[in-house]
Design a protein around this ligand. Sequence first.
Ligand code: C2E
Ligand code: CA
Ligand code: CA
Ligand code: CA
Length: 279
Amino acid sequence: VKKMGGNHYRFYDFELEELIKEEQKIENDLYHAIEKNEFKLVYQPIRELATGRNVGTEALIRWTNPLYSKVSPLVLIQIAEQNGLIIEIGRWVLKEACRQNKQWQKEGYSSVIVSVNVSAIQFEQTNFVEMVKEILEETELEPKYLELEITERIAMDRVEEKLLKMKELKSMGVRISIDDFGTGYSSLAYFTRFPIDTLKIDRSFINDMLNDENAKTIVTTIINMAKSIKIKTIAEGVETWEQLEYLKKKSCDQIQGYLISKPVDPHIIVEMFEEEILT
Ligand code: C2E
Ligand code: CA
Ligand code: CA
Ligand code: CA
C-alpha cells in the first residue's frame, strides 16, 4: 500500500483490509468445499475435424456454493495454489474425471479421452505419478483414456525431474498435453525433448487469427511444426464457423470451443459423444 497522503491512504488501507477479509472467507469456505460436496465437474467436447466426431472432453471444475457462483475457476485455483489446497482439490478432480469417464463406458457410450488440468504445484509433488496410478487402479479406467493437461511453465525448471515424471506417465499409457500453448516463452523445438502427445493452441491466437496476420502465422506455424514431429494439435476457444473452416484447411487435428458447446453437465455431454456432425 502506497502512502498517497491523508485520506487516500486511509481509504486505500480500508479497501485492502476488506479485500483480505474477503479472501480469508473464500479460503475458509474452500477448506470445507470438498467434504461438503460443493465441487462438480463440467465437460466440454473436443471434436476431431477429419471425422466430425467428438473424441474427447475436457473436465473443468465448478464451485456450486451459491455464494461463489461468480468466482472464476481460475481464481479458485489460484487461491488453492497459494494455500496448498490444490493438492486435495486436484486429487478430487482427477479421481472424479476418471470415475465419470469409466462410468460412461460402462453405460455403453463410445469411449472418449478425458482431459484433466493439472496445476504445476500438483505435478511437482513427489508422489504425483503414484497418485495417478492409484486413481487409475481404483477407477479401473484404462490409462489411454486419460490425458493430463500441463502448462509450459511446468517444463521450465528442474527439467530432468519433470522429464522423468512425464516418461513414467507415458510408460503407464497416460497421455500428456501442453495447455495454453504459445502464451509462455518456450518454443516448440524445446518440447521435442518431452514426451508430449498434444499441443493445445491458446484461445487468444484463435480469437485473433482471422483479423491479425501475426496470430494467423503463429497458428499455422504451430500446426505445421507439431505435425512434423507427430504431435496432435487442438485449437482452443473456437467460436465461429470461419475459424473452424480455416483450421480445417490448415489441417489442425481437433477443436474445442463455444461453437461446438460450452462446458456442460455429464448427462448432457454424453449425448454429444454419439453425434456425428460432419464439419
Ligand atoms: P483452460 O484450461 O484453458 O480451460 C479452457 C477455458 O476456456 C474454460 O474456462 C472454458 O470454459 C473456456 N472456453 C472454452 N471454449 C471457449 C470459447 O469458445 N470462448 C471462450 N471465451 N472461452 C472458452 P473455465 O472453465 O472458466 O476455466 C478457466 C481456467 O481455470 C482453465 O483454463 C484452467 O486453467 C483452470 N481450471 C479449470 N478447472 C480446473 C481444474 O480442475 N484444475 C486446474 N488445475 N485448473 C482448472
Ligand atoms: Ca485446459
Ligand atoms: Ca487452455
Ligand atoms: Ca487458459
